[in-house]
Design a binder for this molecule. Structure first.
Ligand SMILES: Cc1cc2nc3c(=O)[nH]c(=O)nc-3n(C[C@H](O)[C@H](O)[C@H](O)COP(=O)(O)OP(=O)(O)OC[C@H]3O[C@@H](n4cnc5c(N)ncnc54)[C@H](O)[C@@H]3O)c2cc1C
Length: 787
């Protein structure tokens, strides 16, 4: 009977190490990667190097090969194991697999490790307590302990669960451990547990696969004895009978546990010798190895074969003569492996997960996946989408769109995840996250033409352009993604001198609502190019932007703290100073809530596009004179340095509350209204940015961003929607437009403010042409015009 479950066929190596030549094992791991092996694992024995350390070193010296850790024993502290595996998975970009094991030799009972040893292991594993980790001091069945260990490991990895982990088992106890970190991917858990029915049932119920060893003697030789000599003899050849019997137990137990037996992978250790003539199982020429192993793959469902040898010749011959022949003989794998029960349990209504295009399944993240904690939320908004697709090529973006548009749930588009409205996440919807498309490339030095992908952050762009002496006007914070900013506007540190980010845009590639990829520039799809510059998110997913960079170099970066007790007067004076300033100066200010008993203070930030101290001081003086100066710092830095910020995953909770508007001038009336808002306490962060200058040179109908007359962009963050709305709505008559990238109010009036007629009419007609079904509607939706 054939039980090939359709898992990809993988070949791995099990290597040993010794203290005399510590680097040799890692060199063999590198060789294995070069030879095309898929997995590397190390024997962790007292005589050799510590397995985790070795695996970490190997991770750093390789780039593709999967790193199989363990087997970790039933009484290893599972919280420590979970954190070690997650850390290595994050550092190795999702390459870790974890074996847990009570190998053959352990069947029956195992003396538990004494409490004291466990306690010290627990405290050594982390700085904060894995609160009160304990072991019970009685002889116990290893498999029960392993089952508990799996629960604890999965519990630690479930970083998206906000409550601490409590686990009260017979062998493992965790009282209030902080969860996390979430690994970069769903680390598969293989149970290395002999052929005892209890072990198999456990694998079937809780693990992702069964790691088989041929016998107790094989276990001892491979996993628990000191390093075997190169090309050990005799061979360790898995037996078809064992695999078939074990497989039957697993299939039955998996079904009983509500799982699809095809979820479970089957792996085995083996070794042998290449000899000129057939001498026995896995002892003969390559053709004999193929003949011995093929039935185990075809009939017994083995999909990962781990060759235990340190012998380079054996490694090479297996990789070049056995593995390819086995792959060819097994043929194409059709169909797909079902997701695990755990993952399926967390699926959301309305999404057809089985229909996800094959090219996207490997990188897609679902609520049951370990990586979910890292992708569920954005910088400012907590979310819990039903599916996050992470295409890695424009073609995959097209596939993602074609799939998503058939699903009856919300669709969100995400690049850097810094959208202030937070619409790049959802609850229960699908997110197309293009953060993996994050390249920055110089296309033509003469014209300073650069191609930037949407998932790049503005700090990446600044860093890539800096060596050429160039920069690109963007925003004031390097963590913001290119995709969301460069489709809407882009008010940054060079706005007055260079205009908006969209004003430097020369072409885009974007995936339309039907999944097709088009290019738009001034000649080709010119109307679309017009729409993308200000309302891009309504028309497609941009997969590449082509910009014309401008001169970069050094800037004067000033931070001034001023007494803003006379808030209205200060705002007016600062506004007037900015309108009068040369265009190489850009500035913004932030006013927070006054601390009890302290004056209202404002923080002014200003950038002068010059490295010359005299010019910088000259430009800053009128700004510094707008209010009593409390503190200041001025630095001359490369532009890249002020944009530099480290990137990490987002973990916001709740809903952001902001209101935004564009104003031509900070009139006495607007300044007074803003002062009242600040004094009311309904905003804890009120910001005004200078715009105008070069951004106002562009006619309002030249791009879909219409707010060209504005010299200022205002935004207020508030703790409560209603109170902030009330105050802000009363200020609306002061504004001349809207920059949607600072707004979170979803009422339709915001669309009319951002896209006043005739811009809106033109956009709606284009929407009808390019996205009549309104697929792209996650953020400030422009509805298609009526037929
Ligand atoms: C700390 C901070 C500082 C900021 N500073 C500035 C600033 O100085 N100047 C300024 O102009 N803005 C600034 N912003 C606002 C910023 O422009 C927006 O938040 C922008 O949307 C973020 O882009 P993102 O790709 O990171 O966001 P995401 O959350 O990934 O996307 C936001 C929205 O953009 C759209 N979108 C994203 N990617 C694409 C794509 N590839 N194709 C089409 N549409 C897409 C979607 O509608 C999505 O909902 C700031 C935001 C933050 C959080």
């Amino acid at each position: 009977m054939t039980v090939d479950h359709g898992h990809p066929l993988r070949f791995g190596v099990l290597l040993t190490s010794d203290g005399a030549r510590p680097e040799a094992a890692v060199e063999r791991a590198r060789l294995s990667e070069e030879l095309g092996y898929d997995v590397v694992s190390f024997v962790d024995t007292p005589g050799g190097l510590d397995g985790w350390t070795l695996l970490s070193w190997a991770a750093a010296r390789t780039s593709r090969i999967r790193l199989l850790a363990g087997p970790a024993g039933p009484f290893a502290n599972p919280a420590v194991v979970a954190r070690a595996a997650a850390a290595l998975d994050l550092l190795s970009d999702g390459r870790v697999e974890l074996a847990l094991g009570a190998p053959f030799t352990s069947v029956g009972s195992i003396e538990p490790v004494p409490d004291a040893a466990l306690a010290s292991a627990a405290s050594a594993g982390r700085a904060e307590p894995v609160a009160a980790y304990e072991a019970l001091a009685e002889p116990v069945a290893a498999y029960e302990a392993l089952g508990e260990a799996i629960d604890v490991i999965r519990g630690i990895w479930a970083a998206h669960v906000r409550s601490p982990l409590h686990f009260d088992g017979r062998h493992h106890r965790v009282a209030g451990a902080e969860r996390g970190p979430a690994p970069a991917h769903n680390i598969p858990l293989w149970l290395a547990a002999g052929t005892h029915p209890d072990a198999l049932r456990l694998a079937a119920a809780k693990a992702d696969g069964w790691l088989h060893t041929a016998s107790a003697e094989a276990d001892a030789r491979l996993l628990t004895a000191p390093a075997p000599a190169p090309a050990p003899a005799p061979a360790i050849a898995p037996s078809g009978g064992d695999l078939a019997a074990g497989g039957a137990v697993i299939d039955e137990a998996a079904t009983a546990a509500g799982r699809d037996p095809r979820e479970l992978h089957r792996l085995t250790y083996l070794t042998g010798r290449f000899t000129a003539t057939a001498e026995g199982p896995l002892t003969g020429p390559p053709e004999q190895w193929v003949a011995d192993l093929l039935p185990l793959i075809r009939n017994d469902g083995l999909s990962t074969l781990l060759l235990a040898t340190d012998d380079e010749e054996t490694l090479r011959r297996f990789a070049t003569e056995v593995a390819p022949a086995l792959r060819a003989a097994r043929g194409e794998v059709t169909g797909r492996t079902p997701a695990s029960l755990f993952v399926r349990r967390h699926r959301r209504e309305g999404i057809d997960y089985d229909a996800i295009p094959a090219a996207l399944t490997g990188s897609a993240v679902e609520p049951g996946d370990a990586a979910f904690a890292r992708v569920r939320s954005t910088y400012l908004r907590g979310g819990s989408p039903g599916l996050v697709l992470r295409p890695g090529t424009p073609d995959e973006v097209g596939q993602a769109v074609r799939y998503a548009r058939t699903q009856p749930v919300k669709l969100s588009i995400r690049s850097g995840g810094h959208g202030i409205s937070g619409r790049s996440t959802s609850n229960g919807g699908i997110v197309i996250d293009v953060s993996r498309l994050n390249g920055v490339e110089v296309l033509d030095k003469a014209t300073r033409r650069v191609r930037v992908q949407p998932g790049a952050r503005w700090s990446d762009v600044a860093a890539a352009l800096s060596p050429h002496g160039w920069a690109l006007t963007s925003g004031d914070y390097g963590g913001v993604g290119v995709g969301g900013l460069a489709t809407a506007g882009g008010i940054g540190w060079f706005v007055r001198e260079q205009g908006l980010t969209i004003d430097r845009l020369r072409a885009v590639d974007l995936v339309l609502a039907d999944g097709s990829l088009v290019r738009a520039d001034a000649e080709e799809n010119a109307e679309l190019f017009w729409a993308v510059r200000g309302a891009g998110a309504n028309f497609g997913i941009v997969t590449a932007f082509e910009f014309e960079a401008h001169e970069g170099g050094e800037v004067g970066f000033a931070q001034l703290v001023v007494d803003a007790t006379d808030t209205a007067g200060f705002l007016q004076r600062w506004g007037a100073a900015m309108e009068a300033a040369p265009r190489d100066l850009t500035s913004s200010l932030i006013i927070g809530r006054a601390r009890p008993g302290q004056p209202i203070v404002a923080q002014i930030m200003a950038v002068v596009h010059s490295g010359d101290a005299e010019t910088i001081i000259n430009r800053l003086q009128p700004i510094a004179a707008t209010a009593p100066l409390l503190d200041h710092s001025i630095q001359v830095l490369p532009y890249e340095a002020i944009m530099h910020v480290p990137h990490g995953p987002h973990d916001a909770q709740g809903e952001p509350v902001t209101r935004a508007g564009l104003a031509d001038h900070l009139t006495p009336e607007l300044a007074a209204a803003a002062a009242r808002l600040v004094a009311s306490g309904h905003t804890y962060f009120f910001q005004v940015r200078a715009a105008g200058g070069a951004a106002s040179d562009v006619p309002p109908d030249a791009t879909a961003y219409a707010g060209r007359s504005a010299n200022f962009s205002l935004v207020a963050f508030g703790p409560a929607r209603r109170a902030l709305d009330e105050q802000w709505d009363a200020m609306l008559h002061h504004f001349s437009g809207q920059y949607i990238n600072f707004e979170t109010d979803l009422r339709p009036e915001r669309i009319q403010e951002a896209y006043p007629e005739p811009t809106l009419r033109r956009l709606r007609a284009l929407k009808r042409r390019y996205d009549p079904a309104n697929v792209f509607r996650d953020n400030f939706n422009i509805t298609p015009s009526d037929p």
